[in-house]
Design a protein around this ligand. Structure first.
Ligand SMILES: [Zn+2]
Ligand SMILES: [Zn+2]
Length: 154
């Protein structure tokens, strides 16, 4: 009677395919830890950073000692370097996000109005070729003399 083995994806190990054995395994600390670690990979790095940077460092774990609480520890198991790395990931993520928003904002502002510019240019041109008022015309001396031929000069 050799029952098939049950493979646990989280722990990457075969266990006896027996309800009781599986139950024991699934409620076991090792399985819970590996599952938690597995799930954490899909968590938002920003959330992890926020949570971890709030915690006090676990001196036991960070000094290379075994901490039985592992990821369930109330203190962070991230050392300074890991937190820095995590922060970099978050910053890079935020940069790409803000880059996206600024690009769209810039696109909105740079709505080209070529017709408007053209229109303005035309207006200026129109103003320039507008006829000068009479008073600004160069004085025609010849005409002036002809206009008053009989004037006697003192
Ligand atoms: Zn497992
Ligand atoms: Zn700890």
């Amino acid at each position: 009677m050799g029952g098939r083995s049950y493979y646990c994806d989280y722990c990457c190990c075969f266990i006896k395919n027996d309800v009781n054995v599986r139950k024991t395994h699934n409620s076991g600390l090792i399985h819970k830890m590996t599952k938690l670690r597995y799930m954490r990979r899909f968590e938002d790095p920003k959330k992890v950073l926020e949570e971890e940077s709030k915690k006090e460092p676990c001196t036991r774990f960070l000094n290379g000692k075994y901490c039985k609480f592992d990821l369930m520890c109330n203190s962070t198991h991230f050392n300074e370097q890991q937190l820095k790395q995590l922060r970099k990931i978050v910053e890079a993520q935020e940069r790409t996000q803000s880059l996206k928003t600024t690009t769209t904002a810039r696109d909105d502002n740079s709505v080209k109005l070529p017709w408007q510019r053209f229109h303005n240019k035309n207006n200026i041109k129109k103003f320039k070729i507008k006829r000068l008022p009479e008073s600004l015309k160069p004085i025609n001396f010849n005409r002036m003399r002809n206009d008053c031929p009989n004037v006697e000069w003192g």
